[in-house]
Design a protein around this ligand. Structure first.
Ligand code: EPZ
Length: 433
């Protein structure tokens, strides 16, 4: 299993380019199930979750090309010969977003068999609300042997009020409703930018959707959808992660090819803690001037402070003067990274859904363990400011959602290597330029 070796203390200087958004690319790939024609997605990130979604679509009988490098981060998907509307446990257990195929399969094929996702490091994360909503569109759903079996001659438009805001729930039902008979109205929907971007693709495929990106979405069902080409939005969480890296390391970093409006809550919080930011049209320049001060954070649904930035913000809070209280309101078990940071010398106390972070705490390099995607990103940030070397184990978590993070960070001055590249015994980290 790959590990990262990071020697801290180097300010990040230069420009880092943000990749396409994983959490848009996944539902957009699932949306290709809604038509027999070809869907082309551009600006997709080279991350492991996309490979998993590709495998899933191919196992169902789809043709999926994932092209990087000269193929410009493009995927071409055609599911004309879809013959096995099933998402097996082997794949769903590695990526719970696989359940996004349930709605599109029932809508297109009239049947689907999808493994239930099971538990996750950050929380229970059931899909009960997805299932309830599909039943409101007329699907007959049975659950047995760990699978959801869904059937519907043709889905019927209906009125859905989400008990709780769900990002993939909103996305999945928005997709399913595009082929339903009649109108569907969904209320208390997720307003994340990924939902709006998925709706843009569906529009290009001929869907009739109003209100995506707001709390209420109206979908007029159509008999079929057609081919489309769509460029997905930049990854706001990757952008936020690098902005925090710049603020923590005292460098002068330009985060380019991002959408600053999508990280408004984060940028506002960073201004509050005293980071110096210059926001451009598709760039954020962050000049680390040290002197960070503590500020509390509550994670909320968009446009509030994103839960997917909570761990990274905790790393920054360890370097801020004063006490920051971080309250996690979305997932019930999303503080696994805290104890690993404590191993590096951070002062963090967990009380239920609150983390009390006292700073500024000098961090020292240590061997730490990544538990999930964003937790591993936060440990990379902590290691960048720690004295000495940190070894992060299980970095396969980070490969799920960050494209070649070690190359991007090395490109702006970080001393970082991936073990698995069989380095000589004494880790030879090239002196920084
Ligand atoms: C999406 O997950 C993202 N994943 C997550 O990003 C992100 O953390 C999350 O939204 C919140 O922003 C993708 O887009 C692929 P939810 P999702 O349904 O849709 C509860 C990352 O790091 N709930 O909005 O699965 C649920 O347990 C990942 O990239 C139910 O109880 O999250 C949670 O507490 C991690 N029943 C809350 O709602 C349901 O049927 C919000 O979850 C559905 C959700």
């Amino acid at each position: 299993m790959d590990k990262f070796v990071i020697r801290g203390g180097n300010p990040l200087v230069g420009t880092v380019r943000i990749s396409g958004a994983k959490n848009t690319a996944l539902p957009c790939m699932a949306a290709a199930l809604l038509t027999e024609e070809t869907v082309v997605l551009e600006n997709i990130p080279d991350v492991r979750d996309l490979q998993t979604m590709r495998r899933l679509l191919v196992e169902m009988g789809g043709e999926v090309e994932l092209g990087y490098g000269r193929a410009h981060h493009r995927t071409t998907i055609c599911t004309r010969s879809l013959n096995r509307p099933e998402a097996p446990y082997e794949l769903v257990k590695t990526m719970r977003a696989s359940t996004l195929v349930l709605g599109p399969l029932v809508a297109r094929m009239g049947r689907a068999r999808v493994s239930l996702p099971g538990g996750c490091a950050i929380g229970a994360r059931p899909i009960d609300l997805h299932i309830k909503a599909l039943e409101r569109l007329g699907a007959n759903i049975a659950q047995e042997h760990g699978y959801v079996e869904a059937r519907a001659e043709r889905l019927r438009g209906g009125h859905i009020v989400w008990d709780r805001i769900s990002v993939t729930g909103t996305e999945e039902l928005m997709m399913a409703a595009t082929l339903a008979e009649g109108e569907t109205v969904m209320e208390n929907c997720a307003r994340e930018p990924e939902v709006g971007d998925l709706a843009s693709l569906l529009h290009r495929m001929g869907a009739r959707i109003e209100g995506a990106g707001t709390g209420t979405i109206r979908i007029q069902g159509v008999p079929r959808l057609h081919a489309a080409r769509h460029r997905i939005i930049p990854d706001r969480i990757e952008a936020g992660t690098f902005v925090i890296a710049g603020a923590m390391t005292g460098g002068d970093l330009i985060v380019a090819n991002c959408e600053p409006a999508h990280i408004g809550a984060l940028l506002q919080k960073l201004a509050e803690v005293g980071a110096s930011l210059q926001v451009g049209q598709d760039t954020v320049r962050v000049i680390g001037n040290g002197g960070l001060k503590a500020a509390d954070v509550n994670t909320e649904e968009y446009p509030g402070f994103p839960t997917d930035m909570q761990a990274q913000y905790m790393a920054l809070a360890t370097q801020a003067e004063g006490t920051s209280i971080i309250t996690e309101n979305i997932f019930e078990n999303r503080f696994m990274h805290a104890q690993e940071m404590v191993r590096m010398g951070a002062n963090i106390k967990i009380e239920g859904r609150r983390a009390i972070v006292r700073g500024k705490a000098p961090l020292s390099g240590a061997a730490v363990l990544a538990s999930d995607l964003r937790a591993s990103a936060s440990l990379v940030l902590a290691a960048l400011v720690a004295e000495g070397e940190t070894i992060i184990d299980r970095v396969y978590h980070i490969d799920r959602g960050y494209e070649r993070i070690e190359e991007k960070l090395r490109g702006v001055g970080a001393q970082m290597k991936r073990i698995g590249e069989m380095l000589p015994k004494k880790v030879a980290l090239a002196p920084t330029s």
